[in-house]
Design a protein around this ligand. Structure first.
Ligand SMILES: NC(=O)c1ccc[n+]([C@@H]2O[C@H](COP(=O)([O-])OP(=O)(O)OC[C@H]3O[C@@H](n4cnc5c(N)ncnc54)[C@H](O)[C@@H]3O)[C@@H](O)[C@H]2O)c1
Length: 308
């Protein structure tokens, strides 16, 4: 298949490009490099630097004629969205509509859209949180990801554009940017390896569904020909607290300092983990990488990157 991946130079998008290339597909990576890095690019997949909101993007889609558009490009930081909701909506809502519109005009078979199970349900009233849970985002970021989902649903009804939406938990693994606002595991890993202090916002008992990026890649492969017109949670189904993350990383990175506790930040939920049974049924997908294994692989990749 011909697959265009937006955000293909980013943390997750670049792993998805790698996964599709490994599976023998012809892949075009598109990214404006606002947070993505050329170091992440796969040498077997061509790359175009392009903003999804630009006119050139439609032209690119028309020229490449993909069977599938896999949409990972986004502004991903919750605090940035709280500070500047207009820019978040421009990039995540208008940007997504531009991608769906380009897909419709070019006759793309399917859009695989990426959303956030961690940010759109708000503070869950039932746990684990399944896809039928009420959507009550606590941040502009959660709202913008959900708005894109609704647009895509409309595109299916209005223009018959097929899609699958993947609602990720908190994704971690090699290549995650430790300097961004998102990604506590990447931030702690880098700081621990450099012997620096790690800040935990709140009491550290807030829990997330931390899912390894390799499992995310497999979900994107499964979604190529499954899950039409549906949204699926993609996580582990297990809660892990930030204190547990700190302890696991400290052990893997041989770090002896205590965490520094700081005030809670607005816009973040306290305790969430996802019900992933729908993905097991509809995508024939289950998470395979344990937390301990994922943490070890992540710390190893950061150590190797430092050595390189
Ligand atoms: N990291 C997580 O835990 C997580 C959780 C849920 C959902 N997601 C979603 O996964 C996707 C990828 O996130 P990530 O963690 O890899 O972040 P990332 O910042 O590494 O990736 C986003 C990529 O999109 C690119 N981009 C941003 N705006 C663009 C634009 N207008 N045009 C073209 N490219 C643009 C960036 O340069 C970057 O490479 C996002 O849609 C994000 O909302 C991530």
């Amino acid at each position: 298949m011909k697959i265009l991946v937006t955000g293909g130079a980013g943390f997750i998008g670049s792993h998805v490009v790698d996964g599709y290339v490994r599976a023998g597909h012809e892949v075009l990576a598109v990214d404006d490099l606002s947070t993505g890095k050329t170091d992440n690019l796969n040498s077997s997949a061509p790359f175009q630097q392009c903003d999804i909101l630009s006119n050139e993007f439609q032209q690119l889609v028309d020229d490449f004629r993909p069977d599938i558009i896999n949409h990972h490009a986004a502004q991903i930081a919750v605090p940035v969205s709280v500070d500047d909701p207009v820019d978040d909506a421009r990039r995540n809502v208008l940007g997504s509509v531009a991608v769906f519109e380009a897909a419709r005009r070019a006759g793309v078979r399917k859009v695989i859209n990426v959303s956030s199970g961690g940010a759109m349900y708000g503070e869950p009233v039932t746990l684990p949180c399944d896809e039928a849970h009420p959507v009550v985002p606590e941040s502009p970021y959660g709202m913008s990801k959900y708005a894109a989902e609704l647009y895509l649903d409309l595109y299916r009804r209005l223009y018959d554009l097929n899609f699958t939406t993947l609602r990720y938990g908190n994704v971690y693994g090699p290549r995650q940017d430790p300097h961004g606002e998102a990604g506590v595991i990447a931030i702690f890993t880098e700081r621990m390896l450099q012997g620096r202090a790690c800040a935990i916002f709140g009491d550290g008992e807030q829990a997330r569904d931390f899912v390894y990026v390799g499992d995310i890649v497999r979900a994107n492969v499964q979604a190529l020909d499954r899950g039409a017109g549906e949204a699926f949670n993609i996580g582990t189904g297990q809660p892990t607290t930030v204190n547990e993350v700190f302890a696991a990383l400290a052990s893997a990175a041989d770090y002896g300092e205590d965490a520094v506790y700081e005030p809670v930040r607005p816009g973040e939920v306290y305790r969430i983990y996802l019900d992933v049974e729908k993905a097991a049924r509809g995508l024939d997908w289950r998470p395979e990488v344990s937390f301990v294994e994922g943490i070890e692989q992540t710390v190893r990749s950061f150590t190797d990157a430092d050595a390189g």
